[in-house]
Design a binder for this molecule. Structure first.
Ligand SMILES: [Zn+2]
Length: 599
């Protein structure tokens, strides 16, 4: 979406063309801006509204307090607690910018817009007061940055010069400003973003590449991604060079050789770096870096991901041939990891529109992301897969973990990949009730469906004038070959899925045309990647679950304690968990569907 604002920038267009020619097959393919897609009634729209309420419940003055303090401005209110006053002060404020931008773009809600403007106004005041372009809430950071600039670097995985992941923290501000500009067209955000980037350029100007690499041992979010974004926004190559400098070679180098060295390392530290490798490749045209990102995606999705789309145990990648630690732990897949894996999937799909990326996207969206928000509000950090264990939900005034930050964003942007397009093809990736406005074609499309509660979706076209273009419907991997049916105005059309597992219908469309797609679902039993004797039952793309009890859910609603995000109640013996016994090798055959109640 950043790219959408760049059409008139010759330098960027040249670069993008170059990169697409190098590794992309679909240089024109792009997602629609969130402003073009509106969700209709259904679980995703409900989740969006629940998230909006949570966003508005947050007190912007309290989220801004760390930034004001660092700039020497008396804060209007005090910081929130939890991770917001114990070292990671300000990280939620950065996510807040992104979440407000996404929610405003996706809904047009004016209260959200006002909140966004308010936060930007104050951050601008902080930037002006700081005087050097810096905006950040990291406590006592000015002295630390001064030391960094002089080459005094003491980096650990979660620390830098004694601070709690300052680059990770500041990355949220960068990303928030990128989103405020790219999603809502806010010029002030762009100006602030460039000044903040120039602050960093100056900060590291005298550091050697080795010193920067040493610094990158410390978790730093997607710093390389945002600088590649700034290069695309400004057309200035110096930011692309900075993005390359901020790319962590310890992680990149094995990926360039198609080597999975991920066992035991902190998962969500790495995924944003890989998004950055991909983004650098998109802007700079380095095909090898795009291949490295693709290899990472492939090995994580195929070898390290469970049925809901999540990965990792206690935040780290477990051995891909042994998931026993994940089965036993209270700390299963972390929501941030899936948030970032979806982002990576989006970039890879737009470079190569193969349905495998959207199969993963769909699986993770329905099963991990959608379920990570409580129906009445609150976000989940860990989703343990230990039988009979449970999850903890955040409280809006108490809990300020990373997964609250990414959680605020997750439910505002469900519209981002339902559709995509190039000059003459409209991709339908997901079966989520929504409307789409495709301005260039004068098309308003309405998708009506209760999927997955029904096995079909209907698309109604409203066109300013009749014209020829192609629909490309995703043929999901969970549909048996030959079972997907498509009717145009009630008449079945012959379909064939292509090598990317999409089905193309190319014809002259007119207003009032209706396309209906039949999506038959089946139940399957799916093993863990280590092929141990554990299965998930999956119906279509939906992972099935059953309630086994509701006692001892200690801390179901998190308090403000440092570890309040972990479900600390008693754990029940795994061997006493309900067990399925079957003499069929196809366990899913034993399942009986309750009529009219598939879930
Ligand atoms: Zn998290």
């Amino acid at each position: 979406m950043v790219l959408k604002h760049l059409k008139n920038n010759l330098w960027t267009v040249t670069l993008l063309t170059l990169s697409a020619a190098t590794y992309g097959q679909s240089e024109q393919l792009q997602s629609f801006p969130l402003t073009s897609v509106r969700l209709l009634e259904g679980p995703f729209q409900k989740a969006q509204q629940t998230d909006m309420k949570y966003i508005l419940e947050l007190d912007a003055d309290r989220l801004l307090a760390p930034y004001l303090k660092e700039a020497g401005i008396t804060p209007l209110k005090d910081n929130y607690g939890n991770w917001e006053n114990t070292g990671l002060d300000g990280h939620i404020g950065g996510h807040y910018l992104s979440a407000l931008s996404e929610m405003y773009a996706a809904t047009g809600n004016q209260q959200i817009k006002e909140r966004l403007d308010y936060v930007l106004d104050w951050l601008e005041k902080c930037q002006l007061k700081n005087g050097d372009g810096y905006i950040g809430g990291v406590p006592g950071s000015k002295a630390m940055w001064a030391d960094i600039a002089k080459g005094k670097i003491d980096a650990g995985g979660f620390s830098l010069n004694g601070k709690w992941v300052p680059w990770y923290n500041v990355h949220k501000v960068y990303a928030g400003l990128v989103d405020a500009y790219a999603l809502t067209g806010n010029e002030k955000a762009k100006k602030m973003l460039i000044q903040l980037s120039d602050w960093c350029l100056k900060l590291v100007a005298n550091l050697s590449d080795d010193q920067i690499q040493l610094m990158l041992k410390s978790e730093h979010g997607g710093m390389n991604e945002v600088f590649a974004d700034v290069a695309a926004i400004t057309g200035d190559k110096k930011y692309l060079v900075l993005a390359e400098k901020f790319s962590h070679k310890t992680i990149l180098n094995p990926l360039l050789k198609d080597e999975d060295k991920l066992n035991g390392i902190h998962a969500n530290t790495q995924i944003p770096k890989v998004i950055g490798f991909m983004r650098v490749a998109e802007v700079g045209g380095n095909a090898k870096w795009a291949d490295a990102a693709n290899f990472f995606w492939k090995t994580v999705v195929e070898n390290r991901t469970i049925s809901i789309g999540g990965n990792s145990v206690r935040e780290h990648f477990n051995p891909s041939n042994d998931f026993s630690s994940m089965l036993e732990s209270r700390e299963g897949p972390e929501t941030c990891n899936s948030y970032n894996m979806l982002k990576l999937s989006k970039h890879l799909f737009l470079a190569h529109p193969e349905s495998k990326y959207m199969d993963y996207y769909e699986r993770t969206t329905y099963n991990h992301i959608l379920s990570s928000q409580h129906p009445e509000g609150g976000f989940v950090y860990f989703t343990p897969i230990r039988p009979r264990h449970y999850r903890v939900y955040s409280e809006s005034q108490e809990s300020f973990w990373c997964c609250v930050g990414s959680g605020l964003e997750n439910h505002g942007k469900y519209g981002e990949m339902i559709y995509a397009h190039d000059a003459n093809n409209l991709y339908v990736n997901l079966f989520i009730p929504s409307t789409l406005e495709w301005k260039e074609k004068g098309l308003e499309l309405t998708q009506n469906t209760r999927f997955p509660f029904e096995e079909q979706s209907a698309f109604t076209l409203d066109l300013k004038k009749a014209q020829k273009f192609a629909f490309k419907f995703r043929h999901p991997s969970w549909i048996t070959n030959g079972e997907m049916k498509i009717k145009v105005n009630g008449k079945e059309v012959a379909i064939e899925k292509d090598a990317n597992s999409y089905v193309t219908i190319n014809r002259k469309w007119k207003s009032g045309d209706v396309i209906s797609v039949v999506l038959p679902m089946h139940s399957t039993a799916e093993q863990l990647p280590d092929k141990s004797a554990w299965v998930s039952f999956v119906h279509g793309p939906i992972v099935l679950a059953a309630v086994t009890g509701d006692t001892d859910l200690v801390g179901l609603r998190a308090d403000g304690s440092r570890m309040g995000h972990i479900a600390s109640g008693p754990i029940y013996p795994i061997e006493e968990a309900p067990m399925l016994v079957s003499n069929s090798t196809d366990l899913a055959q034993s399942l009986k569907e309750i009529k009219n109640k598939p879930f």
